[in-house]
Ligand binder design. Structure first.
Ligand SMILES: [Zn+2]
Length: 295
């Protein structure tokens, strides 16, 4: 009888150990992945971290807003009151370049250059502004143009492309852009507006860190308030899956007031989901650390 009781307890212990072990395996399988981008999640958890703990944010989301500086300032004033740190991509050499840089950096937002580059279709030249990178530029010209635009920015962390589908499908030009970023200690954000791998391949071949847009906030045709809210939650879900996410929205005609209001209104819920809104440089620096540790 005694033996029977002992065997029963022993079986219970083995069964309980197996359950705990398999539970851990599920957690590990969810988060350990060979994809470099997903490693950030494993680094966010220490061995004994409880996944259900909600007291501190474990997932990061960067909200990048394009088209600052332009004459169409819709959404700009609303975003100026945003209580989280936005990453503001500002067009060079246009009406409100200086003003928007000053106002948003004074409030602690991150500023990046929104560099106009040529489309693969013919567009009116004034859509690009006074300085843009053409699909036929030599590397030297690309460097000169980027340098001249950067002069308007202080403490800049990175840049992305305004329009640019002609340039971003050209791997050689994209390699020039990644090399420029590297030499100037800047990050480059790929907005992923075209269906080619030219930018990702250029990134690999220059041994750079890849930052790519996960969600466009105004992906719906009518750019509705509800649509932007939905996309913000989609960005938050992606952050929970891979540890971080990058969403891009717009001030002005491409987004404006609807986008700005949706960001402000969804912030409390996104925070509740355990997501921290961070400047894009923070995600970039995390990826740099992971790359350095892996090599
Ligand atoms: Zn743009």
């Amino acid at each position: 009888m005694k033996n029977l009781k002992r065997n029963f307890i022993l079986t219970l212990i083995i069964f309980a150990s197996f359950m705990i072990f398999s539970q851990n395996m599920v957690i590990k399988n969810n988060f350990i992945n060979t994809n470099q981008n997903q490693l950030i999640v494993t680094s966010a958890f220490s061995k004994n971290d409880n996944l259900t703990a909600t007291n501190k944010s474990k997932y990061k989301m960067a909200i990048v807003i394009d088209d600052f500086g332009s004459y169409d300032q819709s959404g700009v004033q609303t975003l100026l009151n945003c209580p989280c740190t936005l990453t503001c991509a500002v067009l060079p050499n246009v009406d409100y370049t200086e003003q928007n840089i000053k106002d948003f950096s004074d409030k602690g937002h991150e500023i990046i250059l929104h560099m106009p580059m040529q489309s693969h279709v013919n567009l009116p030249l004034d859509w690009y502004g006074p300085v843009f990178i053409s699909s036929y530029d030599t590397p030297e010209k690309v460097y000169n143009k980027l340098n001249s635009c950067l002069k308007q920015f202080d403490n800049i962390k990175g840049f992305n492309i305004h329009i640019g589908s002609g340039v971003s499908r050209n791997k050689d030009l994209m390699k020039v852009i990644y090399n420029f970023a590297k030499e100037n200690n800047l990050y480059f954000l790929d907005s992923r507006t075209i269906m080619t791998n030219a930018t990702e391949n250029a990134c690999k071949e220059t041994d750079s860190i890849y930052l790519g847009r996960d969600v466009f906030l105004e992906a719906d045709k009518n750019r509705s308030y509800q649509g932007v809210c939905y996309r913000l939650y989609e960005g938050a879900e992606i952050a929970k899956q891979k540890g971080y996410s990058i969403v891009i929205g717009h001030v002005g005609a491409e987004g404006g007031e609807n986008t700005a209001k949706a960001i402000l209104d969804t912030l409390p819920k996104i925070k509740e989901m355990g997501i921290e809104i961070v400047p894009l440089s923070e995600i970039y620096n995390d990826l740099v650390k992971i790359k350095t540790n892996a090599s």
